[in-house]
Design a binder for this molecule. Structure first.
Ligand code: GLN
Length: 281
């Protein structure tokens, strides 16, 4: 059996064709096989793997070689301060979406009750992070996909988050007549002919969570047009969008009557979040 060090070197070589993070992928997959943290694995680099762990690691590396995202192989992904269960029914939460959470929290004072909707929650990442940070807020997290709602609800249970409820809904369809203090959403916003669908993690993720018409603005247009009806006085709509869509999203918000519109960059420096407020006078 190979040592931990050799197994990692071999895996890295096998993965470097398909992944720009081959080293990290190999370490995360091995840690998952061994059910140990990085410090444990690194401090035993010269120890041999047993047969069971060697077979498990080989299987994971082969799945990764065929393009499966690391998060779907391990079944989990870190987001905000949470470890979320994920599977192929949900988009893998991205680090840039943590900035969406940050912007939503700016408009949700600590120790005050507010009602919040997370539209298209997927794994529950955004809604759960807000619910954890603002225990007095009530969050409704919606998704059109029953498979996604099952993942999100399971995450709420395992993270023991009480102040969140889930509803099957095509954007606002199941929220007729209801109003909220804040609506947050990471919608699909990738243009349908974008070549990114052919490679990398995106090729394995649910297409309805990513693809949004010829220019990627289909969902953003619907949401900005309808959100005003579901927001209270001084309510906020906080949206994630593609790095080149800020101007168009700003226009959509302006057309829908939002005020105090502003755009915020993600940690990589891309215009990523645009938000607006209702009736500020
Ligand atoms: N940020 C994602 C990507 O391009 C897209 C997520 C989305 O459409 N909401 O990888």
């Amino acid at each position: 059996m190979p040592t931990i060090k050799n197994a990692l070197v071999n895996a890295k070589n096998e993965l470097k064709e398909i992944s720009s993070t081959a080293d990290l992928d190999a370490r995360v997959l091995l840690q998952h096989c061994l059910e140990k943290d990085l410090a444990w694995v690194m401090s035993r680099a010269d120890e041999s793997l047993n047969q069971k762990h060697d077979e498990c690691f080989n299987e994971y590396v082969h799945r990764r070689q065929r393009g499966e995202p690391v998060a779907y192989i391990t079944g989990r992904k870190e987001f905000w301060s949470l470890t979320l269960a994920v599977n192929e029914k949900v988009l893998i939460p991205r680090p840039e979406t943590e900035h969406l959470v940050e912007r939503a929290l700016v408009h949700l004072p600590v120790n005050e009750r507010r009602q919040v909707v997370d539209l298209g929650t997927g794994s529950g990442a955004v809604g759960l992070a807000i619910a954890k940070e603002r225990p007095l807020c009530e969050i409704i997290a919606t998704d059109i996909s029953p498979g996604a709602l099952a993942v999100a609800a399971a995450n709420a249970r395992s993270l023991e988050v009480q102040n969140i409820q889930f509803a099957a809904s095509d954007w606002f369809d199941a929220l007729t007549g209801r109003t909220f203090d804040l609506i947050v959403c990471n919608p699909p916003y990738v243009a349908e002919n974008d070549p990114c669908f052919q490679k990398g993690d995106l090729a394995h993720e649910p297409v309805h969570a990513l693809r949004a018409g010829p220019d990627g603005l289909d969902a953003l247009s619907v949401i900005t047009a309808l959100a005003g009806k579901h927001l209270r006085h001084n309510g906020w709509l906080v949206l994630e969008h593609g790095a080149t869509q800020a101007e168009q999203v700003e226009q959509l918000l302006g057309k829908a009557g939002f005020e105090k519109i502003s755009c915020h960059r993600d940690y990589a420096g891309f215009d990523r979040i645009t938000e607006g407020c209702t009736n500020t006078q």
